[in-house]
Design a protein around this ligand. Structure first.
Ligand code: WT7
Length: 634
C-alpha cells in the first residue's frame, strides 16, 4: 500500500476495516507476484477457482503474438462454471438473479431455476440446428430471457452477438450481416420510461433486408400486437413447451480458446468491429477481476446497472457473477421512472450491497438533488463502482457522500470491450483519488508514452499502452484478423504493446488519469459511437451528399453529437430538414446516436487526401485555436 504521507493531490484512504476484510489486502505484494511470473500466477488462479474437463498443457502461448493463447489444450465451458457446478452444490437454491421490471413486476431465479431455463432453451436451439461455431444475434430489452438466451448459446457452443436494444434498423442489419447469423432472438417490445420500444418491428425491418436469418424467436414482454411471419417467426413460450425441450440438456465441451461470443464496437474507421472473446481466458479474467475489485462475498447482492447488450453487462451482469456464484440484481427500465428515486428505492428494497454504474447516470441523478436518495435507506451499500468514461471529481464526491455516506470506496474501473474486464482500477485496499482509475490490475503493465514509445514526463499527456498480455484479452476481430493486428498492435509493433486508443497522464504517485479517446470515437452517455457509422446514417438520407459529426462537451451526457451536412443539389436547408435529419439518424441508428444539432454547410475541412478533419470542426465550435492546418486542402 502506498505511504499515506507521501501522496499528492486529494487522496481518500480506505478504512482499515475495509482493507482487513478484503480478498486482496496488499496491492504491491500481489502485483509483484503476478508480474514476476505471469503464467504461474494465472495458472494457479485458474486451477484453484474453476472447473476444467481437461487441464491445459501450457498457460500462455505467445509464440504467435499478437494472437496470444491462454490455457492451451484445456477443455471447459463457461456455462459449466456459471451453472452446472452450482446446481450440484449448496448454491442450488440460492438466488442467481433478482429481476424487477419497469412496470413493477418481479421475478427471482435460483441457480437451479436459471439452469433449468437455460437447458430448455439450449435444447430448442439445438433442435434448430444451432451448434458449435454458429452465430446467433440477440436483440432484446433488459429482461431475464436475454441472459437465458446468451447462456443457452454458450452452452451449445454457439457464439452470441448481442445488439443493444437501443440500436435501430441500420445498426442491427449491419451486425446481422457481418456475423452471418442464422437465428435472431428478440422481444415483442421493451419498456422504457413507461413507453414501449417496438423491438420486433425494428427486427422485422432488419431481417427482411438481411439475407442470412432463417428463424426468429420472439419473447413476449410487452404484449402488444406484432407481425409474426409464418414459417420464420416463433414465440419463445411456444418453443419452450415442445417435446424436444430437455431440462437436463448437456453442456458442450469446449476448447479453452473456442469463441464464446462476438460483440460489435465502434472503432476509428469504417464499420463496427466484431470483438471476439473465448470460453477459458475470459472466464478466468472476468470472475477474478470482479471478485478482487468489488470484493464480492457469498452474502453480497451485486447490481451492475449497465445493459447486458454492452460488454459491461456481458462480463459483469451475465458471466462473472454467475461464475462466482453470487446473487445479482437486474432492473429493466429507466433510473427516473416513475420518479427520480427509482434506483434508490431498489437499493433499499433488495438490500443491494455493491452498485456499479456510469458517470453519466450519476450526473443525471445528481441533477435531481439529494432529497431523492435521502428518502431511502441506503445503508446496505458497502462498495460503489464507476465505468465508461472519466468520472468528474464533482460527480465522484457526490456519489461518495450522498450515496455511499462516506463509507463506501468507489472503484473507478477503466477497461474496454476489447479487454474483456477491468484493467486499470483500484482494489478496496488502494487509496483513491477522485477522477483517477488509479493503478493497473495485478499483472497488467501499463504506461503513458509518446509516438516513439518513450515514457512521457510526470503529468504529461501521452498514449496509454498495455505492455503485457492478460487472459481476458480479445483474441481477434471476427472475420478480420488483419484489422485486429493493424488496429491494436501496429503502432508499437516492435515493442509488442497493445494500443487501447486512449490518451492519459500518469501522476507523481504512478496513478493513471485517462483523458479520452485519440480516435474518431465519441462517448455519448458512456456509449461508444463511431463517427463513421453516424455519418453513413446521415448520408443514407436522400438530401445529404456528405456529412461529418463531432462530439461536444455536455454536462450530463459527457458528449453530445453535432452533425455538419452538405446537401445534394435540389435540396435547401431549413429547420424542418435539420429536424428530419436528426430523426433519420435516430430511426436508422437508434436514439443514442441522434445528433443534438445539425448544421447545413457548403463545405467541410479536408486533408489533401480527402479525409475530413473533424478536429478543425471541433476547435471552431469550441472557439479554440484550430492548430496545425498544413494538411488542409483549402
Ligand atoms: C472506452 C471503452 C468498459 C466498459 C464500458 C466501455 C472509456 C471506460 C473508463 C474509465 C475513463 C473510461 C475509454 C475506453 N472508459 N471506462 N473508468 N475512465 N475512461 O467500454 O464501450 O469498449 O469503451 O471507454 O475511453 O477506451 P467501451
Amino acid at each position: 500500500m502506498a505511504d499515506e504521507k507521501k501522496m499528492t493531490g486529494e487522496v481518500y484512504h480506505p478504512a482499515p476495516e475495509v482493507v482487513a476484510n478484503a480478498h486482496i489486502t496488499d496491492y504491491d505484494k500481489v502485483n509483484d507476484q503476478a508480474t514476476k511470473d505471469l503464467a504461474g500466477f494465472w495458472g494457479k488462479i485458474a486451477s484453484e477457482n474453476f472447473e476444467w474437463y481437461q487441464p491445459w498443457e501450457k498457460v500462455l502461448d505467445d509464440s504467435n503474438a499478437p494472437f496470444y493463447k491462454w490455457f492451451v489444450g484445456a477443455k471447459t465451458n463457461i456455462v459449466h462454471n456459471a451453472l452446472d457446478r452450482h446446481v450440484r452444490s449448496a448454491n442450488r437454491n440460492k438466488a442467481a438473479l433478482i429481476f424487477e421490471g419497469e412496470q413493477g413486476d418481479r421475478r427471482t431465479y435460483t441457480y437451479q431455476q436459471l439452469n433449468h431455463e437455460v437447458c430448455k432453451f439450449a435444447s430448442v436451439l439445438r433442435s434448430m440446428g444451432v451448434g458449435k461455431g454458429d452465430r446467433v444475434t440477440i436483440y432484446m430489452g433488459r429482461v431475464p430471457e436475454l441472459m437465458i438466451a446468451m447462456l443457452a448459446c454458450a452452452k451449445v457452443g454457439a457464439m452470441h452477438s448481442v445488439v443493444y436494444g437501443g440500436f435501430s434498423t441500420e445498426a442491427l442489419l449491419d451486425r446481422i450481416e457481418d456475423s452471418k447469423s442464422k437465428i435472431l432472438i428478440t422481444c415483442d417490445g421493451a419498456w422504457l420510461r413507461g413507453n414501449i420500444i417496438e423491438l420486433k418491428k425494428i427486427a422485422n425491418d432488419a431481417v427482411d433486408r438481411a439475407g442470412t436469418i432463417q428463424s426468429v424467436i420472439c419473447v413476449k414482454r410487452t404484449g402488444q400486437d406484432v407481425e409474426m411471419v409464418p414459417g420464420r417467426d416463433y414465440w419463445y413460450h411456444d418453443l419452450m413447451t415442445l417435446p424436444v425441450v430437455d431440462p437436463n440438456a448437456p453442456t458442450e465441451v469446449m476448447d479453452a480458446e473456442d469463441p464464446l461470443f462476438i460483440l460489435y464496437t465502434s472503432g476509428t474507421t469504417g464499420k463496427p468491429k466484431a470483438i471476439l472473446h473465448t470460453h477459458g481466458g475470459y472466464m478466468v479474467w472476468t470472475a477474478t477481476t470482479l471478485k478482487w475489485v468489488f470484493d464480492l462475498k457469498r452474502e453480497d447482492v451485486w447490481w451492475c446497472a449497465a445493459d447486458p447488450g454492452w460488454i459491461t453487462g456481458h462480463s459483469y451482469i451475465v458471466y462473472a457473477p454467475l461464475v462466482l456464484g453470487i446473487t445479482s440484481f437486474m432492473y429493466e427500465g429507466a433510473p427516473t421512472h416513475p420518479y427520480p428515486d427509482r434506483w434508490w428505492s431498489l437499493v433499499a428494497r433488495y438490500g443491494i450491497s455493491v452498485l456499479y454504474t456510469a458517470p453519466t447516470a450519476i450526473r443525471g441523478l445528481m441533477r435531481f438533488g439529494e432529497s431523492w436518495p435521502n428518502k431511502h435507506d441506503l445503508s446496505s451499500l458497502r462498495l460503489l463502482g464507476s465505468v465508461g468514461e472519466p468520472i468528474n471529481p464533482e460527480a465522484w464526491k457526490w456519489y461518495y457522500r450522498v450515496i455511499g455516506k462516506e463509507k463506501c470506496p468507489i472503484m473507478d474501473t477503466w477497461w474496454q470491450t476489447e479487454t474483456g474486464g477491468f484493467m486499470i482500477t483500484p482494489l478496496p485496499c488502494v487509496p483513491l483519488k477522485p477522477g483517477s482509475a488509479t493503478r493497473a490490475f495485478p499483472g497488467v503493465v501499463v504506461d503513458v508514452v509518446d509516438e516513439e514509445g518513450e515514457p512521457v514526463g510526470v503529468n504529461e499527456e501521452g498514449y496509454l499502452v498495455i505492455k503485457t498480455p492478460w487472459p481476458g484479452m480479445l483474441r481477434t476481430i471476427f472475420g478480420d484478423p488483419d484489422r485486429f493486428v493493424q488496429q491494436y498492435w501496429s503502432r508499437y509493433e516492435e515493442q509488442g504493446w497493445y494500443l487501447p486508443g486512449d490518451s492519459a497522464r500518469k501522476d507523481e504517485d504512478g496513478y493513471i488519469w485517462v483523458i479520452g479517446r485519440i480516435d474518431d470515437v465519441i462517448k455519448v452517455s458512456g456509449y461508444r459511437l463511431g463517427t463513421a457509422e453516424i455519418e453513413s446514417a446521415l448520408v443514407s438520407h436522400p438530401a445529404v451528399a456528405e456529412a461529418a459529426v463531432i462530439g461536444l462537451p455536455d454536462e450530463v451526457k459527457g458528449n453530445i453529437i453535432k452533425a455538419f451536412c452538405i446537401l445534394r443539389q435540389g435540396y435547401e436547408g431549413s429547420s424542418k430538414l435539420e429536424q428530419e435529419l436528426r430523426d433519420h439518424v435516430g430511426k436508422e441508428m437508434g436514439p443514442i446516436a441522434k445528433p443534438a444539432s445539425v448544421a447545413i454547410v457548403d463545405s467541410l475541412p479536408k486533408t489533401r487526401s480527402g479525409k475530413i478533419m473533424r478536429r478543425v470542426l471541433k476547435a471552431q465550435e469550441m472557439g479554440q485555436d484550430v492548430g496545425d492546418l498544413s494538411t488542409l486542402a483549402d
